[in-house]
Design a protein around this ligand. Sequence first.
Ligand code: TYD
Ligand code: MG
Length: 451
Amino acid sequence: MAKAKTAFFCTNCGAESPKWLGRCPACGAWNSFVEEIIKRPGVTHHDLSTQQLPVHIDEITSSNFSRIVTGNQEFDRVLGGGFVPGSLVLIGGEPGIGKSTLLLQIALCLKNIKVLYVSGEESDQQIRMRADRIAIKGSSCFILTETLLEDILAQAQTIQPHLIIIDSIQTLQTQTLDASAGTVSQVRECAAQLQRLAKTRNIPVVLIGHITKDGLLAGPKILEHMVDAVLQFEGDRHHGYRILRASKNRFGSASELGIFEMQAGGLREVNNPSEILRSQHNRDVSGVAIAAGMEGIRPMLIEVQALAGVPVYSTPQRSATGFDQRRLNMLLAVLEKRLGFRLSARDVFLNVAGGIRIEDPAADLAVVASIISSLEDIPISHEICFAGEIGLSGEIRPVSRLEARIAEAARLGFQQIFVSRFALKGIENLHPDIKVSALERLDEMIAGIFG
Ligand code: TYD
Ligand code: MG
């Protein structure tokens, strides 16, 4: 195949060069040059016969907008109700988190839909072994182990699949570029060609992309603007729970989220997120508090554990797992300055149960309660939960969707929930089964629980 005409551009200032340069002579940035196609072989511009003509918006029918429903409720919800034909979906996540497992499972679930699963990472046998573990029979899934984009497009032409899964975009390579697989130019060009395939054949194409913590691999970041939906698959690799989060979705809500549990036989859907709490022991121990959190639009009760200990080293340690470390530092500063707790002379460790990461500010109140509980060594009753954000002056601030949180806490048998007084405005009928304690300031909560 004839090579495309390419040039190198600085991603920082846009300077052009015929060769790759380590340092941009124009702006001085290091390692900023990427290869870009400037002329494709065989493509002549201004060919009016193949161009699209403008159509009046009323004349466009939305009839071919029937989504492909996978039957996996958690996955469908995150997509906004299944795959939209012609869409390009990117699923990103750290290596080993379970992206291949998730997508193979989805491919096997789809019964009357022909799926082409392209793997550039594993052999046919390895994929077969994985499929045997997942143990779903009767699918119409085809496996292709190939990394050359042109061959993949040719196979897609022959097989005529209704859905294509690419595992992963970083292993693909097009002959039109000299750069090796995984480089910015290859990733972008392959994704662009697959997008063209998705749009012309009107089928969904799913791209799997690896993200590394240091962002070394060229990848998903540069694709985010060109795809229709970006889903993140995350979780703690040492725990079973995985969260699929939509961070962009042109055909659905971007605040949706699906929860799965990795088991020996594939990923199980977790339809009732509060079950993550089940590990909870009924004995009251100090340092444990329950947050009535929200993940996406679903209420979820999450256990927060804290340990405030005597420091081993001269500088006290602060560490948070599943919670923002800076937010923890801020909460500790509020406790120290506004309430006089001597936390600067303590090690503080915080852990969120189940390997879940909370981003909901409503967890603040439970975090503070667990820290004080550990510091004072007074357990909090396991029938109490918390939902409130904490401000710098120690005030308890309202949180979103309080009614849903209260209802979920009541459903799970909690007897009392601590919330912000300001959050109750506009809520007429409080839940009859749970005592709602409305507070204005942190010291009221401390007086109420720890006496
Ligand atoms: P994988 O899908 O290969 O991750 P990724 O594609 O994101 O790199 O998942 C790998 C992990 O999942 C691996 O540690 C094994 C585990 N796993 C199970 O626990 N149960 C299963 O049924 C399967 C297929 C994998
Ligand atoms: Mg994989």
